[in-house]
Design a binder for this molecule. Sequence first.
Ligand code: CA
Length: 237
Amino acid sequence: MSTKKRILIVEDEPEIANLIRLHMDRNGFAADTVHSGKAGIVEIEQNMPDCVLLDLMLPDLDGLEVCRRLRRAPKTENLPIIIVSAKGEEADVVAGIELGADDYIAKPFSPRVLVARVKSVLRRTSPAESQEKANGVITLANELEIDTERHRVSVRGEPLSLTITEFSILKYLAARPGFVRTRDQIIASVHGGNTILSSRTVDVHVTALRRKLEGAGRIIETVRGVGYRLSENPDGA
Ligand code: CA
């Protein structure tokens, strides 16, 4: 039995499917390809993968519907899903993330980024590697430490003065490094659904947060047209 992680590629364009598969194979994954949304659902039902790379525009069932169905079924509610979308589909990507997709890659993608995203999602979903310690302290790259209980943030031991909103945004992103969050998800997390922030002001808070984090601020990545993600490795992929 192979212990390779299984990646299911749901993509109707054969060249793109083959290209993704090639990069997965080269990087030690066992990849399978299906060419429609329904085929994806059937394949996942019969042979559970470790991660799904999901195109949005698909024959029969579109990617958003696939995502919705997977998240609704207890067996697949935590199955890692990465949306692979074309240009101009940002609104659908946002919808997909809000339906519970874990991450997003835009076509045309760089193979390095593709592989990094897959590894990141697989790593994040393995329970042994939780970033948060029992004492509520999250430690990230660049020696950034977030004490979620005491509401304190420090970089290389130097405490930072963050506003409550800045702290809440950082804590929310840091809870799952490597996962994209939309502006609406950030707003909901900060105010428990009682929307005081607008999308525009999320950007303003993130800009201020990055400035206060100085060099470590690069850890907060902008995902164009979608939202933000905390990078685990801002200087790498
Ligand atoms: Ca397509």
